[in-house]
Design a protein around this ligand. Sequence first.
Ligand code: AHM
Ligand code: MG
Length: 349
Amino acid sequence: MTQAAEPIGLSTNDGSDRSLDRDCTTLSRHVLQQFQTFTPEAQDLSALMNRIGLAGKLVARRLSRAGLMEGVLGFTGELNVQGESVKKMDVYANDVFISVFKQSGLVCRLASEEMENPYYIPENCPLGRYTLLYDPIDGSSNTDTNLSLGSIFAIRQQKGEDLDHSASDLLASGREQIAAGYILYGPSTMLVYSIGKGVHSFTLDPSLGEFILTEENMRIPTQGSVYSVNEGNFWQWEESFREYIRYVHRTEGYSARYSGAMVSDIHRVLVQGGVFLYPGTVQKPEGKLRLLYESAPLAFLIEQAGGRATTGHEDILDVIPSKLHQRTPLIIGGREDVAKVESFIQNGH
Ligand code: AHM
Ligand code: MG
């Protein structure tokens, strides 16, 4: 005899209401729960994640009405430090994070894809020893077509005084990250984060205006069927990547999935398994993606979920950049899937 499912929200024998308890598991509370103490570090990280959540809500709100408002979509006409055309949403989202952290007292510097040099908040610096690294809008090319987008973030502890504003302490490996994650602007807005204690996902409940816990301790499948790569670059890659793609083409069971926004592609890989690749090309061996605020935060997250991230020759988290906007090739996903790509690189096809 099948047992009837327990209605959602039903009080349990001990008098507690599990669905209510779940609705109360907000981002800031979850961070504190993981520390199990109220140390200053736990409180700082809880406050930082709460602020990142606020930035996500502001960006999500604007995106949800973008087509109805003047001056939200399209390009600004400017080029950013990477030489890429800047979209109005890139500028808005970049400013949102600055604005949110200005009053935080916690963050002294912010470094993003859209700013050549870090943005300093001097009034926070005596106490606020954290640096936020972020990509305000990841997958910008999806903006004007109402497709998924993301924001990527990482938090590092500032080392030294940085009196000359060179931010040279940021040129350190991804193992220095103390928290990282992304916000996914899809049919619902999700926030996935790790403070080095597993990976946890939250969904924005618009009726509450809060990110509510959706899944704790996410684990990426060791092997999956999805490969996610822009095959339009096929003839620009090294032969080893072409060989890998030929392998998946002739092997039954693989599916290609590529949205143009790495956050949504990697979210699929995290949940369902597979591998995401953005290799370098013969012309640009370092690829497109930036280490400090794209590849390293996602590598931190995927490793915490039991997966791997590599350049093809070195773990992403071990790469020490020589400049703030350094690019890196990226192969990220389940352990077996990443190992399969590596086997083609090592064989030097
Ligand atoms: P962006 O942050 O400027 O949008 O660039 C990053 C994005 C990734 O999200 C995505 O996987 C990739 O660039 C798409 O690039 P391409 O159009 O070359 O496939
Ligand atoms: Mg990006």
